[in-house]
Design a protein around this ligand. Structure first.
Ligand SMILES: [Zn+2]
Ligand SMILES: [Zn+2]
Length: 442
């Protein structure tokens, strides 16, 4: 009996697995190396946004799911397949934001911003979430910088948004190409739908089941389909530009005329529909421009995209408010920046490194460091390190121009060594005069 018992115990003994936490699929850490690119782009974008009169808004990451289904559209890929949604403890259906515009529009209505002088110009930055199969350039969590202009109808607004993008890409020297289209108003889209139904009358059977539903509900979405067959058929479909009403046509012509005036090159692209239902009139994207990339690849790695959404505020329960916006994909821009062999500008800094040897010197150095920060010296330290060699190596790595060395002797004599890293010359100076001595040498 005892023997059997022991055997049993042996079998039951579960192999203890060590718990190693891992990030979720499609959720990536932005390590300091990539963060430097983000900071560089964000600094430029924020500066441009402010020049054009935009103010910052922070909107929640989590919203009611219906905000997105109503604004982005039921038949879009984002809502149909890519929503990061779940039921919270209160039984509410919520979703991590797949994009920023819907949340900004909700905030505009909820906070009565229609009572402010119009247009209201807002910018935001933060993570967005789409539950899709993670692949290069399309993670489940990604970051966007976005701009929205609410309460302005003129084509000049569309042009200014495009100009801002253009200036940004010029400034960071990224080669891009502007794709532009006009999706018209609900009237134009009604006419377009009629023409599409006519065109697909005998071809409907050849479309994938999804597209057959799309054709009924939201025909523009056929152009989002990734099925080869659907793409082939829709490539000969009538273009929306031919269905534009007078007002929409004039709007589009004015946008293009302004772009010509500004000498911003563009490609008219009648297949550009942007994958969201709320767009009206102008839509545009900036694609990476690089030899060897097909149009299909370029469109998949669009760096920035936006357009006009004159009906969205009304759809979400607000007053009729014409609006337009654009969003930049930070991961994509970083990736393309590297692909085009561009480099971050070297920071011109006068770094001074404070090295120390021994306990007493370490204590003194802690204090001295604070004083140098107050004196606005670009000072760096490695107080956690003991070896002088390791500290000097680090100073060299971060490009320090001067190294201050504090040891037992120096503390005793109230002095400090200044080493010029360019010449290698070392001098002993009075520690009380250190700020002047540093400034003299930088
Ligand atoms: Zn129209
Ligand atoms: Zn299809």
């Amino acid at each position: 009996m005892a023997k059997i018992g022991r055997q049993k115990k042996k079998q039951i003994k579960v192999k203890k697995e060590k718990f190693i936490p891992q990030s979720l699929k499609g959720m990536r850490d932005i390590l300091p190396e990539e963060g430097k690119y983000f900071d560089y782009f964000l600094e430029k974008l924020e500066k441009l946004a402010k020049i054009y009169g935009f103010e910052k808004i922070e909107i929640p990451i989590l919203e009611e799911k219906s905000l997105f289904t109503r604004s982005i559209g039921q038949t879009t890929d984002i809502v149909e397949k890519e929503m990061f949604s779940f039921v919270d403890k209160g039984g509410r259906e919520v979703a991590l934001r797949p994009e920023g515009t819907a949340g900004v529009v909700r905030a505009y209505i909820e906070n009565g911003m229609q009572n402010l002088p119009q247009p209201v110009k807002l910018y935001y930055f933060g993570p967005m979430f789409r539950y899709e199969k993670p692949q290069a350039g399309r993670e489940r969590q990604f970051h966007q910088f976005g701009l929205e202009v609410l309460g302005a109808a003129g084509p000049i607004v569309d042009v200014q948004l495009i100009l801002l993008c253009w200036n940004f890409f010029q400034e960071i020297k990224l080669q891009t190409e502007l794709q532009i289209n006009c999706l018209g108003c609900p009237d134009c889209q009604k006419e377009y739908r009629r023409r599409l139904l006519e065109f697909f009358r005998y071809k409907k059977r050849l479309l994938c089941p999804n597209c057959r539903i799309r054709l009924e509900k939201s025909p523009l979405r056929i152009f989002d389909c990734k099925e080869k067959k659907c793409q082939e058929i829709s490539s000969t479909a009538p273009s929306i530009v031919d269905c534009l009403c007078e007002a929409c046509k004039n709007h589009f012509i004015k946008v293009l005329e302004n772009l010509d005036e500004l000498e911003i090159p563009y490609n008219l692209n009648s297949r550009l529909v942007r994958g969201l239902d709320y767009y009206t009139k102008t839509v545009f994207e900036f694609w990476p421009s690089r030899i060897g990339l097909s149009d299909e690849e370029k469109s998949r790695f669009s760096l920035a995209g936006g357009g006009r959404y004159d009906n969205l505020v009304k759809i979400l329960g607000g007053p009729v408010t014409p609006a337009a916006g654009v969003a930049f994909g930070l991961e994509r821009i970083t990736e393309e920046f590297k692909n085009q062999n561009l480099k971050l500008p070297k920071e011109r800094r006068n770094i001074v490194f404070l090295a120390q040897i021994g306990e007493t010197a370490k204590k003194k150095a802690l204090h001295l460091f604070e004083n140098l920060v107050k004196a606005k010296i670009d000072i760096k330290e490695a107080l956690a390190k003991d070896s002088l060699k390791a500290q000097l190596e680090l100073a060299n790595k971060i490009g320090a121009k001067l190294v201050l060395i504090l040891g037992q002797d120096e503390v005793a004599h109230k002095t400090i060594i200044i080493k010029d890293m360019r010449t290698g010359i070392q001098e002993v100076v009075n520690v009380d005069k250190i700020v002047e001595e540093i400034k003299k040498r930088l």
